[in-house]
Design a protein around this ligand. Structure first.
Ligand code: ADP
Ligand code: MG
Length: 557
């Protein structure tokens, strides 16, 4: 099975490359953003490794990224003195697509070059975007701490070569042989603009040197970016554009953030937070392997983005950076678990994020609801995982209901409850439309009794933990015992005039039906929840709800 999977990835790469090569995309300039972003990541990685192995950066401790153009030779070179890649790294990283969410991304590809490349612009496919502007790419790299270097080369037509190479210093040089129709990427002014636009927030200094066609002497390298990481700058000095670009970099996403939260905490602990709620829902949001990916820095040194300690799983859609002044620089990834400083920081961050969401729900309902539509299903995991936040999350939560097709809060639902109604009624289903079609809703509709329509898998789970809200029990309408008799609804006059079955006749009928159905049902009884459909299935009061039972069965397969 393993070989087959590997081949699959390679096929996706070939498909992507084909599109890149034939792309007519107008935003081809993003290739430079991708290369600089990778170079900056490589510097971050080595800075971290050097914390425990200073020899890795001995003799060359200052990280830098350089962009150099030789217009006559038609080459553009991006170099960094970061961690570099070994022979195996080159194959693993540049020969396959290993990015999370890529499988979902590849599924969306249509085969229509124009549309697909737009998709690429939206999601970014990292390194491979170089083939939009280059007809040959040469990557020479030396892993920090190793003696040998290797060169990876490809023309973007589905194959690549790897060979030993000569390179004195650690890090990576990526040489693009610029396509005939991409001259613009050999021009100084154009490149300066691109780097400023996309990479100003990068914390490593970036220099640019352009040797024009008619120029004899070597070009001088000049600094282009600010060189200080964005989150370290005062809020007042950061433009919305810059926040957005930084989001693209840390989140590896190309949508616009729906919410940006940037603050510095001072007091018991000192740390800076720059977090984003994405504007679009990533494709791997419900991938069981998906962990929260907030990056942890200690005094501007990147430590890890692979920790579930900073934010809980039910906030795993958050992207960004937390930079602590108090954690020891040599903190290992393992030490982060159960670290009291981290736990306290995490609690404070969760509080702040929820506070921010509450504020937004007040000030900009539409914006909040858009966030809820994307991430509500994840936030609701917090209702059953985090009992400290349960009440707060229930108040924040939005639900669909039979009262129109918009969102409602529990408070608004309760305010609309009918006289004599005690429970908060809900129906669950595999999706909203299916849930809305259930015949069990008929009696409620006829009486004008509102029912929450819960269609996320997670709903079945938090409803196991939360049985009531402010004195009102949650009651499934597909389970026994949801008695409509006591509710003064809006029964229409004509209903009252309809002939009613006598109790005796009804009892005879239900006994007969039980006999016919035998062990397939536990009980047959008359119900007031139907007005048009003759019969429906309900789960026993004490049994599992129907949709949950189905979910669990599907899971066991
Ligand atoms: P991503 O950055 O999302 O991981 P990319 O396609 O941009 O995806 O890069 C693929 C991988 O190649 C990176 O994860 C990294 O391991 C490696 N890589 C790319 N560029 C460099 C570089 N300049 N130095 C070291 N490793 C690199
Ligand atoms: Mg990348």
């Amino acid at each position: 099975a393993e070989t087959a999977e590997t081949r699959g990835f390679e096929a996706e790469v070939s498909r992507l490359l084909h599109m890149m090569v034939h792309s007519v995309y107008s935003d081809r300039e993003i290739f430079l953003r991708e290369l600089i972003s990778n170079a900056s990541d490589a510097c971050d990685k080595l800075r971290y490794e050097a914390l425990t192995n200073a020899a890795l950066i001995a003799g060359d401790p200052a990280f830098k990224i350089s962009v150099a153009v030789d217009e006559a030779a038609r080459t553009l070179t991006v170099s960094d003195n970061g961690v570099g890649m070994s022979h195996d790294d080159l194959i693993a990283n540049l020969g396959t697509i290993a990015r999370s969410g890529t499988a979902g991304f590849a599924e969306k590809l249509t085969g229509d070059a124009k549309k697909d490349v737009q998709l690429i612009g939206q999601f970014g496919v990292g390194f491979y975007s170089v083939f939009m502007v280059a007809d040959k790419v040469t990557v020479t790299s030396k892993r920090a701490g190793e003696d040998v270097a290797h060169v990876w080369e490809s023309n973007g037509e589905g194959t690549y070569t790897v060979a030993p190479a000569a390179k004195a210093s650690r890090g990576t040089d990526i040489v693009l042989h610029i396509k005939e129709d991409a001259d613009e990427f050999l021009k100084k002014f154009r490149l300066e603009t691109i780097i400023r636009t996309y990479s100003d927030h990068i914390g490593v200094p970036i220099t640019l040197a352009v040797k024009a066609k008619d120029q004899a002497e070597d070009a001088e390298a000049a600094a282009v970016n600010e060189g200080s990481a964005l989150w370290t700058r005062p809020k007042a000095d950061v433009t919305e554009e810059q926040y957005k670009e930084f989001y693209h970099h840390v989140a590896r996403a190309w949508d616009d953030p729906a919410l940006t939260l940037h603050y510095k905490a001072e007091g018991m602990q000192e740390y800076t937070v720059l977090l984003y709620i994405p504007g679009a829902s990533p494709m791997d949001l419900f991938d069981p392997a998906r962990k929260p990916k907030v990056k942890l820095y200690v005094k501007k040194v990147f430590i890890t983005d692979d920790t579930g300690e900073l934010v809980p799983g039910w906030l795993r859609f958050l992207k960004g950076v937390v930079d602590s002044q108090d954690l020891p620089l040599n903190v290992s990834r393992e030490m982060l678990q159960n670290n009291p400083l981290v736990t306290r920081m995490s609690k404070a961050i969760v509080k702040r994020v929820l506070g921010e969401l509450e504020k937004l729900a007040e000030s900009d309902k539409d914006k909040f609801e858009a966030i809820w539509a994307n991430f509500g299903a994840v936030l609701k995991e917090g209702i059953y995982e985090d009992h400290e936040r349960r009440e707060q999350l229930l108040k924040l939560a939005r639900f669909k209901s039979t009262n129109g097709d918009g969102w409602t809060t529990l408070a608004d639902y309760v305010a609309r409850m009918k006289e004599g109604q005690k429970a908060i009624y809900y129906v669950t289903g595999p999706d909203e439309a299916a849930a809305r079609r259930l015949p069990q809703l008929e009696g409620f509709k006829a009486k004008g009794v509102e029912v929450l329509v819960l269609a996320d898998a997670v709903d079945e789970f938090w409803l196991q933990m939360v049985t009531e809200h402010e004195g009102h029990a949650f009651q499934s309408i597909t389970r026994g015992g949801s008695d409509l008799k006591d509710i003064k609804g809006e029964d229409k006059a004509e209903d009252a005039e309809k002939p009613k079955a006598t109790e005796g006749a009804m009892a005879a009928l239900t006994v007969l039906m039980k006999e016919v159905l035998g062990d397939n049902v536990k009980e047959v009884r008359a119900s007031d929840r139907l007005t048009e459909t003759l019969a429906c299935l309900v789960a026993d009061e004490s049994a599992m709800d129907m949709h949950l039972e189905r979910l669990l069965k599907a899971h066991k397969k």
